[in-house]
Design a protein around this ligand. Structure first.
Ligand SMILES: Nc1ncnc2c1ncn2[C@@H]1O[C@H](COP(=O)(O)OP(=O)(O)OP(=O)(O)O)[C@@H](O)[C@H]1O
Length: 456
């Protein structure tokens, strides 16, 4: 244990924003305080007190708790508090995260838990008081709806980000509303009358992205018949939304970094720099800190982009939002009163609130649409519950039982994945972190599609 009075480490712990739209008067948005004390390792004695709901720990600047220890990864792990308690998640660190002697990817923490990161050991402790997250007053922000504290905290951050030209990184699983959030920032910003240009870095073939972003001169490459301006120039005076930024090839990352730092670009095949006035919003379904640890994403670009990070919570963590989302969807899809009544049946809603929704709000939307198209009671029984343990059949050999469960999981996973991505295999592959050709093979194995990409 640390001896003497504890030293105080740099404190940040996230944005403690105050805003006219933020509501300071109820118990929603209250998160338990926690403290981390380094009890072993070179930085022994440092103490960090939370001021928000999470704390990232690592050796790189940009973490909430920076630990000067070479055995700690740049972004080692993150602790987060929610209604279920406190959990630590390893960010694919080199030496791993060990909680009370057990190597973990993710684990619940209790007061007194010891977290080993390389040679450093941190002691976690709950406080007795609470921090208050600023919450948006309304259950709607632009096209996004959500009455949960988690979404209202997001809305408060989006609103605050809209006021300034700060670069924003939206993080979240597929279908959590990242694109809508980016649009709503733009629409509430001073740039709202200028263009909002979207570049999906995951959908454009590697060697075309550079021209897509920066444009090209006539004859810059085979097929470049005419000169073309890129998304940065097109967005002039407005906002560029770099969707799936985590898919940007490593060799292009320094070029994007230069564009963001110098605010100037060069069209492919020219040497003339052109200054650009754009606000940048990026989104990713990956944890870019883990990508930095794995060497797939440049740390300097990460810092340039993640000036304000806004995590979009998955639907399964805010089931209380489902009834209002359902109402929104029924209205936007022009459901008849009878159709709406069937889906608003308390038993159907109860089932929906227990489902895992890997495709989040997009999957919910597809689900409602399917019901409206087929005019049949929705197969709620097919929604995978959040934590249904697979049945175990001990009468068959172990290997066979395991293969059966895995195969069943794969089929249900790929069905849900395709549903979440409107059957678009490229997007599904990007979201699942799979090679597209490999995904085609897996889909074929489960009778869900052709063996090969018909367009390849
Ligand atoms: N909170 C919400 N309220 C209302 N609609 C939502 C909400 N979140 C998402 N949606 C709807 O769900 C669909 C998917 O949202 P969006 O495209 O913004 O998600 P995304 O996180 O950008 O997904 P991806 O990463 O796959 O591109 C859209 O139809 C969007 O309008």
């Amino acid at each position: 244990m640390a001896s003497g009075p504890p030293k105080r480490a740099a404190q940040s712990g996230g944005d403690t924003l105050t805003h006219p739209g933020a509501r300071p008067d109820d118990s929603a948005g209250m998160v338990r305080r926690f403290r981390i004390e380094l009890v072993e390792g070179p930085a022994k004695g440092a103490v960090w007190d939370s001021s928000a709901d999470r704390c990232s720990i690592g050796s790189s600047e940009g973490n909430d708790l920076v630990v000067a220890d070479a055995t700690v990864s740049r972004f080692h792990c993150e602790i987060r508090i929610d209604d279920a308690g406190a959990r630590v998640r390893d960010l694919r660190s080199h030496n791993g995260t060990v909680v009370d002697g057990v190597h973990v990817i993710e684990a619940l923490l209790r007061t007194g838990s010891l977290i080993r990161l390389g040679k450093t050991v941190a002691r976690f402790e709950f406080g007795t008081e609470h921090n208050r997250l600023p919450l948006w007053e309304e259950a709607r922000f632009g096209a996004l709806s959500g009455a949960s504290a988690a979404m209202r905290a997001v809305f408060a951050l989006l609103s605050r980000s809209a006021e300034r030209d700060v670069t924003v990184l939206l993080e979240g699983e597929t279908g959590t509303g990242k694109s809508q959030a980016a649009r709503s920032i733009h629409e509430r910003s001073a740039r709202r009358d200028r263009p909002f240009v979207v570049v999906d870095c995951g959908a454009i073939h590697g060697n075309l992205i550079e021209s897509e972003l920066f444009g090209h001169a006539k004859g810059a490459f085979t097929g470049a018949g005419e000169q073309r301006i890129g998304a940065f120039e097109e967005a002039s005076g407005g906002t560029i939304f770099l969707d799936e930024i985590g898919e940007l090839p490593l060799d292009l990352q320094p070029k994007l970094l230069r564009a963001l730092e110098a605010r100037e670009i060069r069209r492919l095949g020219t040497n003339t720099p052109r200054s650009v006035d754009v606000r940048v919003i990026a989104a990713t379904h990956r944890d870019l800190r883990a990508e930095v640890n794995a060497g797939r994403f440049r740390a300097d670009l990460y810092f340039r982009i993640a000036v304000v990070r806004i995590p979009m919570p998955p639907l399964r963590q805010r089931p209380e939002d489902i009834p209002a989302l359902l109402d929104d969807l029924l209205a936007s899809l022009h459901a008849t009163p009878d159709e709406a009544a069937t889906l608003r049946d308390p038993r159907v809603i109860a089932r929906m609130t227990r489902a895992a929704w890997p495709g989040n709000v997009r999957e919910l939307r597809n689900y409602v649409e399917q019901y409206l198209v087929f005019r049949a009671p929705p197969p709620v029984s097919e929604l995978a519950p959040v934590s249904a343990p697979p049945p175990v059949d001990a009468s068959v050999p172990y290997a066979q039982a395991r293969d059966r469960v895995l195969s069943d999981f794969e089929r249900r996973y790929f069905e849900a994945l395709l549903r979440a991505h409107d059957g678009k295999v490229s997007r599904a592959a990007a979201a699942a972190g799979l090679d597209r050709r490999y995904l085609y093979r897996l889909l074929h194995r489960h009778g869900l599609g052709p063996e090969r990409d018909p367009e390849a």
